[in-house]
Design a protein around this ligand. Structure first.
Ligand code: AMP
Ligand code: MG
Length: 329
Protein backbone atom coordinates (compact mmCIF):
# COMPACT_ATOMS: atom_id res chain seq x y z
CA UNK A 1 0.00 0.00 0.00
CA UNK A 2 1.17 3.51 -0.85
CA UNK A 3 1.44 5.72 2.23
CA UNK A 4 2.87 8.80 0.63
CA UNK A 5 0.30 10.31 -1.73
CA UNK A 6 1.35 12.79 -4.44
CA UNK A 7 -1.75 14.90 -4.07
CA UNK A 8 -3.05 16.12 -0.77
CA UNK A 9 -6.74 17.07 -0.65
CA UNK A 10 -7.63 20.19 1.33
CA UNK A 11 -11.08 19.64 2.79
CA UNK A 12 -13.43 22.17 4.36
CA UNK A 13 -14.56 21.16 7.85
CA UNK A 14 -18.16 20.77 6.68
CA UNK A 15 -20.22 17.60 7.20
CA UNK A 16 -19.20 16.52 3.68
CA UNK A 17 -15.49 17.20 4.31
CA UNK A 18 -15.64 15.34 7.62
CA UNK A 19 -17.36 12.36 5.94
CA UNK A 20 -14.64 12.20 3.27
CA UNK A 21 -11.88 12.48 5.86
CA UNK A 22 -13.48 9.68 7.90
CA UNK A 23 -13.67 7.50 4.80
CA UNK A 24 -9.96 8.04 4.12
CA UNK A 25 -9.01 7.21 7.69
CA UNK A 26 -11.09 4.02 7.55
CA UNK A 27 -9.29 2.96 4.36
CA UNK A 28 -5.82 3.37 5.89
CA UNK A 29 -4.93 6.86 4.62
CA UNK A 30 -3.41 9.69 6.65
CA UNK A 31 -5.52 12.76 7.45
CA UNK A 32 -4.47 15.87 9.39
CA UNK A 33 -7.15 17.47 11.55
CA UNK A 34 -7.45 20.12 14.24
CA UNK A 35 -7.70 19.32 17.92
CA UNK A 36 -7.91 21.98 20.62
CA UNK A 37 -4.14 21.66 21.19
CA UNK A 38 -2.41 21.41 17.78
CA UNK A 39 -3.13 19.84 14.37
CA UNK A 40 -2.74 16.07 14.57
CA UNK A 41 -1.67 13.64 11.84
CA UNK A 42 -4.25 10.88 12.13
CA UNK A 43 -4.26 7.22 11.10
CA UNK A 44 -6.44 4.23 12.02
CA UNK A 45 -4.62 2.96 15.14
CA UNK A 46 -5.75 -0.62 14.40
CA UNK A 47 -4.03 -0.57 10.97
CA UNK A 48 -0.28 -1.19 11.40
CA UNK A 49 0.60 -0.11 7.84
CA UNK A 50 -1.33 3.14 8.26
CA UNK A 51 0.44 3.87 11.54
CA UNK A 52 3.83 3.06 9.97
CA UNK A 53 2.82 5.67 7.36
CA UNK A 54 2.70 8.33 10.10
CA UNK A 55 6.36 7.73 10.90
CA UNK A 56 7.24 7.72 7.19
CA UNK A 57 5.34 10.96 6.48
CA UNK A 58 6.89 12.73 9.49
CA UNK A 59 10.35 11.39 8.64
CA UNK A 60 10.73 10.29 12.23
CA UNK A 61 14.04 8.47 12.87
CA UNK A 62 12.64 6.42 15.75
CA UNK A 63 9.36 4.92 16.93
CA UNK A 64 7.66 6.63 19.84
CA UNK A 65 4.32 5.57 21.30
CA UNK A 66 1.40 7.54 19.84
CA UNK A 67 -1.71 8.88 21.55
CA UNK A 68 -5.03 7.28 20.51
CA UNK A 69 -7.92 9.70 20.12
CA UNK A 70 -11.58 8.85 20.71
CA UNK A 71 -14.96 10.58 20.45
CA UNK A 72 -16.02 9.47 23.94
CA UNK A 73 -14.50 8.26 27.21
CA UNK A 74 -16.44 5.00 26.93
CA UNK A 75 -14.87 4.31 23.53
CA UNK A 76 -11.41 5.07 24.94
CA UNK A 77 -11.81 2.87 28.00
CA UNK A 78 -12.85 -0.23 26.03
CA UNK A 79 -9.17 -0.45 24.96
CA UNK A 80 -7.79 -0.23 28.51
CA UNK A 81 -7.99 -2.11 31.80
CA UNK A 82 -10.36 -0.33 34.20
CA UNK A 83 -8.81 2.28 36.50
CA UNK A 84 -10.97 4.33 38.86
CA UNK A 85 -8.54 7.29 38.81
CA UNK A 86 -8.91 7.41 35.03
CA UNK A 87 -12.70 7.55 35.33
CA UNK A 88 -12.52 10.43 37.82
CA UNK A 89 -10.12 12.40 35.61
CA UNK A 90 -12.13 11.67 32.45
CA UNK A 91 -15.30 12.94 34.14
CA UNK A 92 -13.51 16.13 35.14
CA UNK A 93 -11.30 16.89 32.12
CA UNK A 94 -12.61 15.11 29.01
CA UNK A 95 -13.13 16.24 26.41
CA UNK A 96 -9.91 18.14 26.97
CA UNK A 97 -6.09 18.29 26.77
CA UNK A 98 -5.33 15.43 29.17
CA UNK A 99 -3.78 12.17 27.93
CA UNK A 100 -3.99 9.12 30.18
CA UNK A 101 -1.52 6.26 29.84
CA UNK A 102 -3.26 3.06 30.98
CA UNK A 103 -2.66 -0.69 30.84
CA UNK A 104 -3.88 -1.81 27.48
CA UNK A 105 -6.74 -4.31 27.30
CA UNK A 106 -5.43 -7.62 25.90
CA UNK A 107 -8.37 -7.77 23.46
CA UNK A 108 -7.79 -4.26 22.08
CA UNK A 109 -7.29 -4.35 18.29
CA UNK A 110 -4.89 -1.37 18.41
CA UNK A 111 -1.74 -2.34 16.44
CA UNK A 112 1.43 -2.94 18.46
CA UNK A 113 3.37 -0.30 16.46
CA UNK A 114 0.90 2.35 17.75
CA UNK A 115 2.28 1.98 21.30
CA UNK A 116 5.80 1.17 20.00
CA UNK A 117 5.50 -2.35 21.43
CA UNK A 118 4.51 -1.23 24.95
CA UNK A 119 1.75 -2.96 26.93
CA UNK A 120 0.27 0.43 27.77
CA UNK A 121 -1.91 2.75 25.72
CA UNK A 122 -2.17 6.54 25.76
CA UNK A 123 -5.77 7.70 25.27
CA UNK A 124 -7.54 11.04 25.06
CA UNK A 125 -10.84 12.65 24.03
CA UNK A 126 -10.04 15.97 22.34
CA UNK A 127 -12.21 19.03 22.92
CA UNK A 128 -12.74 20.22 19.36
CA UNK A 129 -16.06 19.90 17.53
CA UNK A 130 -14.47 18.90 14.22
CA UNK A 131 -12.12 16.38 15.81
CA UNK A 132 -14.99 14.80 17.73
CA UNK A 133 -17.24 14.68 14.68
CA UNK A 134 -14.42 13.06 12.71
CA UNK A 135 -13.67 10.53 15.46
CA UNK A 136 -17.36 9.67 15.81
CA UNK A 137 -17.72 9.22 12.02
CA UNK A 138 -14.56 7.11 11.82
CA UNK A 139 -15.55 4.95 14.79
CA UNK A 140 -11.97 3.70 15.23
CA UNK A 141 -9.16 4.66 17.62
CA UNK A 142 -7.17 7.30 15.75
CA UNK A 143 -3.43 7.55 16.44
CA UNK A 144 -2.32 11.14 15.98
CA UNK A 145 0.97 12.83 16.81
CA UNK A 146 1.46 16.47 15.82
CA UNK A 147 1.17 17.04 12.06
CA UNK A 148 4.69 18.29 11.42
CA UNK A 149 7.93 16.86 10.01
CA UNK A 150 10.14 15.35 12.67
CA UNK A 151 12.02 17.95 14.71
CA UNK A 152 9.85 20.87 13.61
CA UNK A 153 7.40 22.96 15.58
CA UNK A 154 3.86 21.66 16.17
CA UNK A 155 1.34 23.15 13.72
CA UNK A 156 -1.47 25.35 15.00
CA UNK A 157 -2.86 26.38 11.58
CA UNK A 158 -3.70 24.39 8.42
CA UNK A 159 -1.07 26.42 6.50
CA UNK A 160 1.59 24.99 8.82
CA UNK A 161 0.48 21.47 7.93
CA UNK A 162 0.50 22.27 4.20
CA UNK A 163 4.02 23.70 4.42
CA UNK A 164 5.35 20.50 6.03
CA UNK A 165 3.26 17.60 4.73
CA UNK A 166 1.83 18.61 1.35
CA UNK A 167 2.08 15.64 -1.02
CA UNK A 168 2.88 13.25 1.83
CA UNK A 169 -0.61 12.66 3.25
CA UNK A 170 -4.07 12.06 1.77
CA UNK A 171 -5.90 15.06 3.21
CA UNK A 172 -5.96 18.03 5.54
CA UNK A 173 -9.28 18.80 7.19
CA UNK A 174 -8.99 22.58 7.42
CA UNK A 175 -10.32 24.31 10.50
CA UNK A 176 -9.11 27.60 11.91
CA UNK A 177 -6.18 28.07 14.28
CA UNK A 178 -6.15 25.75 17.27
CA UNK A 179 -7.09 27.22 20.65
CA UNK A 180 -4.54 25.86 23.12
CA UNK A 181 -1.42 25.59 20.94
CA UNK A 182 0.25 23.54 23.68
CA UNK A 183 0.32 19.75 23.65
CA UNK A 184 -1.81 17.74 26.08
CA UNK A 185 -0.74 16.96 29.63
CA UNK A 186 0.39 13.28 29.68
CA UNK A 187 -0.31 11.35 32.90
CA UNK A 188 0.93 7.80 33.42
CA UNK A 189 -1.53 5.70 35.45
CA UNK A 190 0.02 2.27 34.84
CA UNK A 191 1.36 2.51 38.43
CA UNK A 192 1.35 5.33 40.96
CA UNK A 193 0.29 8.50 39.06
CA UNK A 194 3.22 10.13 37.30
CA UNK A 195 3.34 13.21 35.09
CA UNK A 196 5.13 12.38 31.82
CA UNK A 197 4.55 15.72 30.10
CA UNK A 198 3.28 18.96 31.59
CA UNK A 199 0.52 20.74 29.67
CA UNK A 200 -2.37 23.10 30.17
CA UNK A 201 -4.09 20.85 32.72
CA UNK A 202 -1.92 21.30 35.78
CA UNK A 203 -0.49 18.74 38.15
CA UNK A 204 -2.24 20.65 40.94
CA UNK A 205 -5.67 20.27 39.29
CA UNK A 206 -5.06 16.52 38.87
CA UNK A 207 -3.83 16.09 42.47
CA UNK A 208 -6.97 17.79 43.76
CA UNK A 209 -8.93 14.82 42.37
CA UNK A 210 -6.71 11.75 42.71
CA UNK A 211 -4.00 12.68 45.26
CA UNK A 212 -0.24 12.91 44.83
CA UNK A 213 1.23 12.86 41.32
CA UNK A 214 4.96 12.21 40.95
CA UNK A 215 7.01 14.10 38.40
CA UNK A 216 8.87 12.13 35.79
CA UNK A 217 12.40 11.83 37.14
CA UNK A 218 15.13 13.49 35.11
CA UNK A 219 16.64 10.03 34.63
CA UNK A 220 13.57 8.94 32.68
CA UNK A 221 14.47 11.19 29.77
CA UNK A 222 12.49 13.96 28.11
CA UNK A 223 8.99 13.60 26.71
CA UNK A 224 10.50 14.05 23.26
CA UNK A 225 12.86 11.10 23.76
CA UNK A 226 10.93 8.92 26.22
CA UNK A 227 12.45 5.57 25.24
CA UNK A 228 15.97 6.73 25.99
CA UNK A 229 15.12 6.98 29.66
CA UNK A 230 15.71 3.95 31.83
CA UNK A 231 12.23 4.35 33.36
CA UNK A 232 10.42 3.70 30.12
CA UNK A 233 13.15 1.55 28.67
CA UNK A 234 12.68 -0.97 31.48
CA UNK A 235 8.99 -1.35 30.65
CA UNK A 236 9.69 -1.51 26.94
CA UNK A 237 9.63 -4.90 25.33
CA UNK A 238 13.13 -6.32 24.97
CA UNK A 239 13.63 -9.84 23.59
CA UNK A 240 14.90 -12.39 26.09
CA UNK A 241 17.31 -13.82 23.51
CA UNK A 242 20.42 -11.95 22.39
CA UNK A 243 20.05 -10.21 19.03
CA UNK A 244 22.72 -10.02 16.30
CA UNK A 245 22.24 -7.40 13.58
CA UNK A 246 23.32 -7.20 9.90
CA UNK A 247 23.43 -11.00 9.66
CA UNK A 248 24.28 -12.49 6.24
CA UNK A 249 24.43 -16.04 7.63
CA UNK A 250 22.61 -17.91 10.37
CA UNK A 251 24.30 -20.14 12.96
CA UNK A 252 22.65 -23.45 14.02
CA UNK A 253 21.56 -21.95 17.37
CA UNK A 254 19.97 -18.86 15.79
CA UNK A 255 16.51 -17.95 14.51
CA UNK A 256 16.29 -15.40 11.69
CA UNK A 257 14.32 -12.18 11.51
CA UNK A 258 14.56 -11.73 7.76
CA UNK A 259 14.01 -8.92 5.30
CA UNK A 260 13.61 -9.40 1.55
CA UNK A 261 14.52 -12.45 -0.53
CA UNK A 262 17.60 -14.72 -0.94
CA UNK A 263 17.82 -15.25 2.80
CA UNK A 264 20.29 -17.72 4.30
CA UNK A 265 18.73 -21.01 5.50
CA UNK A 266 17.45 -20.97 9.08
CA UNK A 267 15.60 -23.45 11.32
CA UNK A 268 13.13 -20.72 12.25
CA UNK A 269 12.38 -17.68 10.11
CA UNK A 270 9.96 -14.78 10.19
CA UNK A 271 10.22 -12.27 7.38
CA UNK A 272 9.55 -8.57 8.08
CA UNK A 273 8.79 -8.07 4.39
CA UNK A 274 9.39 -10.59 1.64
CA UNK A 275 9.11 -7.90 -1.00
CA UNK A 276 11.61 -5.70 0.83
CA UNK A 277 9.05 -3.01 1.66
CA UNK A 278 10.22 -0.89 4.60
CA UNK A 279 6.72 0.29 5.50
CA UNK A 280 5.50 -3.31 5.72
CA UNK A 281 8.60 -4.20 7.76
CA UNK A 282 7.88 -1.38 10.22
CA UNK A 283 4.27 -2.51 10.54
CA UNK A 284 5.40 -6.10 11.30
CA UNK A 285 8.42 -5.30 13.48
CA UNK A 286 6.99 -5.31 17.00
CA UNK A 287 4.81 -8.40 16.53
CA UNK A 288 7.42 -10.48 14.71
CA UNK A 289 10.23 -9.67 17.15
CA UNK A 290 8.03 -10.82 20.02
CA UNK A 291 6.84 -13.94 18.19
CA UNK A 292 10.30 -14.95 17.07
CA UNK A 293 11.67 -14.52 20.59
CA UNK A 294 8.93 -16.77 21.97
CA UNK A 295 9.02 -19.45 19.27
CA UNK A 296 12.82 -19.60 19.16
CA UNK A 297 12.92 -20.11 22.93
CA UNK A 298 10.32 -22.90 22.66
CA UNK A 299 12.40 -24.62 19.98
CA UNK A 300 15.60 -24.45 22.02
CA UNK A 301 17.30 -21.81 19.87
CA UNK A 302 19.36 -19.33 21.85
CA UNK A 303 19.81 -16.23 19.69
CA UNK A 304 18.15 -14.09 17.02
CA UNK A 305 19.95 -13.01 13.86
CA UNK A 306 18.51 -10.10 11.90
CA UNK A 307 18.99 -9.49 8.16
CA UNK A 308 20.45 -6.12 7.12
CA UNK A 309 17.73 -3.46 6.86
CA UNK A 310 18.32 -0.41 4.64
CA UNK A 311 18.98 2.74 6.66
CA UNK A 312 16.91 5.16 4.63
CA UNK A 313 13.43 6.54 5.30
CA UNK A 314 11.52 4.50 7.88
CA UNK A 315 14.39 1.98 7.82
CA UNK A 316 16.13 4.43 10.18
CA UNK A 317 13.43 3.94 12.81
CA UNK A 318 13.48 0.15 12.30
CA UNK A 319 17.26 0.08 12.78
CA UNK A 320 16.96 2.31 15.83
CA UNK A 321 14.52 -0.13 17.43
CA UNK A 322 16.62 -3.18 16.50
CA UNK A 323 19.78 -1.55 17.84
CA UNK A 324 18.01 -1.13 21.20
CA UNK A 325 16.96 -4.79 21.08
CA UNK A 326 20.57 -5.80 20.39
CA UNK A 327 22.11 -3.57 23.07
CA UNK A 328 23.83 -5.45 25.91
CA UNK A 329 21.53 -5.88 28.94
P1 AMP B 1 2.72 13.46 20.80
O1 AMP B 1 2.00 12.38 20.05
O2 AMP B 1 3.81 14.11 19.99
O3 AMP B 1 1.78 14.44 21.43
O4 AMP B 1 3.50 12.74 21.99
C1 AMP B 1 2.96 11.64 22.62
C2 AMP B 1 3.35 11.66 24.07
O5 AMP B 1 2.64 10.66 24.77
C3 AMP B 1 4.82 11.39 24.26
O6 AMP B 1 5.31 12.17 25.31
C4 AMP B 1 4.83 9.90 24.61
O7 AMP B 1 5.93 9.55 25.37
C5 AMP B 1 3.54 9.76 25.39
N1 AMP B 1 2.98 8.40 25.26
C6 AMP B 1 2.17 7.95 24.30
N2 AMP B 1 1.88 6.64 24.48
C7 AMP B 1 2.52 6.26 25.60
C8 AMP B 1 2.62 5.04 26.30
N3 AMP B 1 1.99 3.92 25.89
N4 AMP B 1 3.40 5.01 27.38
C9 AMP B 1 4.04 6.12 27.80
N5 AMP B 1 3.98 7.31 27.18
C10 AMP B 1 3.24 7.38 26.08
MG1 MG C 1 5.19 16.63 18.21
Amino acid sequence: MESVTDQTAYLADTPDGIARAAHWLRTGELVAFATETVYGLGADATNAIAVAGIFAAKGRPRFNPLICHFATADAAFTHCLPDHRARILADAFWPGPLTLVLARHPASPVASITAAGLDSLAVRVPDHPVARALLAATDRPIAAPSANRSGRISPTRPEHVRAELDGRIAAVLQSGPTMVGLESTVLDLTGPARLLRPGSISRHAIEALIGPVALMSAAAGTPEAPLRGPGLLASHYAPTLPVRLHAHSVAPHEALLGFGTNLPPARLLHNLSERGDLLEAAANLFDLLRRLDHEATCQGLTAIAVSPIPTHEIGLAINDRLTRAAAPR
